[in-house]
Design a protein. Sequence first.
Length: 347
Amino acid sequence: YGHSNQLRQARAMGDYLIVGVHTDEEIAKHKGPPVFTQEERYKMVQAIKWVDEIAPGAPYVTTLETLDKYNCDFCVHGDDITLTIDGKDTYEEVKTAGRYRECKRTQGVSTTDLVGRMLLMTKAHHSNIDEDLDYRKHTDNFGKGPKGHSPWTGVSQFLQTSQKIIQFASGKEPQPGDTIIYVAGAFDLFHVGHVDFLEKVHQLAEKPYIIAGLHFDQEVNRYKGKNYPIMNIHERTLSVLACRYVSEVVIGAPYAVTADLLDHFRVTLVCHGMTEVVPDKDGSDPYEEPRRRGIFQLVDSGSNLTTDLIVQRIIKNRLEFEARNQKKEAKELAVLEAMRRLEEEKH
């Protein structure tokens, strides 16, 4: 949702937004292994409602040649500097030419913090954890950069405002002739598996109006366990609202799809993906009412990507990264030790 907010701001600066997306090779070279493949990322960015077009395989260093190739007047980036592997500003050329604009970073969004929540498979981030020393120790270790700087970023620090929801919301009411489709879930770490599902649901009607019901954190934790959801309800709301296939979001939707809910929103179809339907607290089927009305439909997205798989990918990347660093540190220590011995022999 931080990326989405950046794209929303960029789109407001012009009439047509083209988003350059790097290849896996480019990212691995300059930043480290990506979590999502380039194909997944192309699809994900294209699904954000402020994006008009994507430029696949965009070079890591943005040049005037690239801007001219896509007939762009200027390029936009957040107010954090990105550097190449050899420490050069990737936007130097376009800045010098006066074809660069900047947008504000979303306050309270920290990738480090999100990854920290995934690595720490406890429920700590759903409660006030000021006194949770394990968590503090973990994030201190996680945040350590090459200079040993360890920022304490806090947890679930994103503060939702009505203004931010308004900026992300479509503001469109359902029109006569629209098919009102209701989907519900956690939509945690909003990813390409969710996009595939929502796209398939969108294709079910000529004029679809999709309402996504998002369950409260405690409800998601009840049926998902561990430390899910990784993102809190406010973060998940913005992530889902940024998707071009979604018209409206119900924040804190009831787990059971009730007659009241269906009547209130005038729902004509209720869809669920191929994931397991966990019974409600009392053991009942949450889709009992839509099934009774004959308006329930299972939709196969064709994607096997889940929030669990993403967390596994991130943990794998993180462990590889730590192993690489340990090897590097061991090598450096060995060199230092050899130098120390040489010095001793001299004396």
